[in-house]
Design a protein around this ligand. Sequence first.
Ligand code: PEP
Ligand code: MN
Length: 340
Amino acid sequence: MIVIIRPDVSKEKIEHLIKWLGDKKLIVKEFHGREQCVLGLIGNTKLIDKDMLTSLDIVESVSDMTETFKASNRKLHPDDSILHLASGDGPTIGGGSFALIAGPCSVESREQIISVARDVKDAGANFLRGGAFKPRTSPYDFQGMGSEGLDLLLEARTETGLPIVTELMYLQDMDEFVEKKIDVIQIGARNTQNYDLLKELGKSTRAPILLKRGLAGTIKELLMSAEYIMANGNENVILCERGIRTYEQDYARNTLDLSAVPILKNLTHLPVIVDPSHATGRADLVPSMTLAAIAAGADGIIVEVHNDPKNALCDGAQSLTPKAFAELSVRIDKLRDALK
Ligand code: PEP
Ligand code: MN
């Protein structure tokens, strides 16, 4: 249920109402905009007499929230959310700041990650990506460097100052991610509906969670996965469109659903980013899909960059060279200026 408070109502009166609603065992989410205060009621709202609530002199209107996703619903929070890193410094995400996340699919060695980190930073990236724990389709493929890879990412962070984005695959590694203060925890497409993992991400950390859309996931399923994290206490979720499985298999790894960007931006207040690398599987398609994603309203891009794509241990075909990334970054800036 959404309760819109009349303008110029005192804080005390609003707090009084919130307490009364809280006593009815409802979760009350408050949004204080410049002109408007919105209260979102989550829980058994049947216990509330809607007409009585509407008749209160401090209430402008009351409406039902029919959507199953609540905490991420834009009706509850009309402005874009702006996410902060747990450290309190570094770039923010959403609400007009653009996240340019770049780096290799996987961390392969100290030389590789440090060199790519320096290159993407010089080209304008504000986050470094790199997988240490890799979900590979084949058990015979490189599975990632694990904890050692995480430590190399930390070294790259110290070296460049770039906050890091890396994938958590298993519940048992959660403590390590929290102890090592991983800046942004990625949940990959294969784990988007791992609800135990999502619940724990809500409870154990306030680090932003970069949540990918499932391999064949619907938009609603993505929103409900975000809800698992938010309902358990961590409201810092970034949604990521990374292409979905369709009948097209010959010319692109996945089908990039760019309409998901404006759809999600309309439905939720969470930042929405796009991964053009996994969406296409082809480095030659990455620049055009990146620009298209920005034109569609994306709050950021996560893109794979490798110093030697031909010999990459993972996803070389979709990885940009540092030079191609630098060229793309210039085009991103030009497009963002033009869209202002
Ligand atoms: C990745 O970002 O390296 C990755 C494995 O992505 P996805 O989960 O989208 O396949
Ligand atoms: Mn990859």
